[in-house]
Design a protein around this ligand. Structure first.
Ligand SMILES: [Cu+2]
Length: 207
């Protein structure tokens, strides 16, 4: 039976009793397991296909945002008729930097202000930051899941291994419009004629 504070204490100074042998076994086993988990925590870091490890640098919000704006100005794609490509109500620019180039994304309430276009199998250097508050950077359906902090440039090498339209989601609550904060990223394969279809998707290559 269990006791409540209204009943007399079953045995006074129970904590002074000697620890029984079965209890000693449990304590030893729990302690040993703690040590195993402690060591495994380090092992899992190397073996567990963990989230990306990048470098973060201190930046100014204005300086970082200016870099993103320069990138957009230089590399925003044009459609067949020669007009600049953008998508959505807020005209988010579709931008393709050269292979190996720097992709700047300065997230803000409540959008990712760039739609990058990447070539399959090529490595790009992503620079991720925020213009205002803490945002999340979750790239679906692959395992990229980062936090974007204003004032920090999070640098990440990224080599896409599958063509498609990837969805970006902010997964850190960032304000009233947080639930609308989504973005996009294209991975194309020009060599195999898998390219943008100009309607928000990709086309060609039997895909
Ligand atoms: Cu958010």
């Amino acid at each position: 039976m269990s006791y409540t504070s209204l009943q007399p204490i079953p045995q006074r100074h129970w904590w002074r009793l000697r620890v029984g042998p079965d209890e000693k076994i449990w304590i030893t086993a729990a302690y040993a397991w703690c040590l195993v988990m402690l060591v495994w925590m380090v092992g899992w870091f190397f073996l567990g296909n963990q989230n990306q490890v990048g470098n973060a640098y201190r930046v100014t919000i204005d300086g970082f945002t200016a870099k993103m704006d320069q990138m957009v100005e230089k590399y925003q794609l044009k459609d067949a008729s020669g007009s600049l490509m953008s998508e959505g109500d807020n005209d988010i620019p579709v931008v393709q930097v050269p292979v190996g180039g720097n992709v700047f994304i300065a997230a803000r309430q409540f959008e990712f202000p760039v739609i990058p276009v990447l070539e399959l199998g090529k490595t790009y250097v992503f620079h991720l930051s925020s213009q205002d508050v803490d945002h999340g950077f979750s790239l679906l359906p692959i395992n990229v899941n980062l936090q974007l902090l204003p004032g920090y440039d999070y640098v990440l090498r990224f080599t896409p291994n599958k063509t498609g339209v990837y969805r970006l989601t902010c997964n850190e609550y960032c304000g009233l419009g947080h639930h609308t904060m989504t973005g996009k990223l294209y991975v194309i394969d020009t060599a195999n004629k898998i390219v943008l279809d100009g309607k928000g998707g990709i086309t060609g290559g039997g895909a």
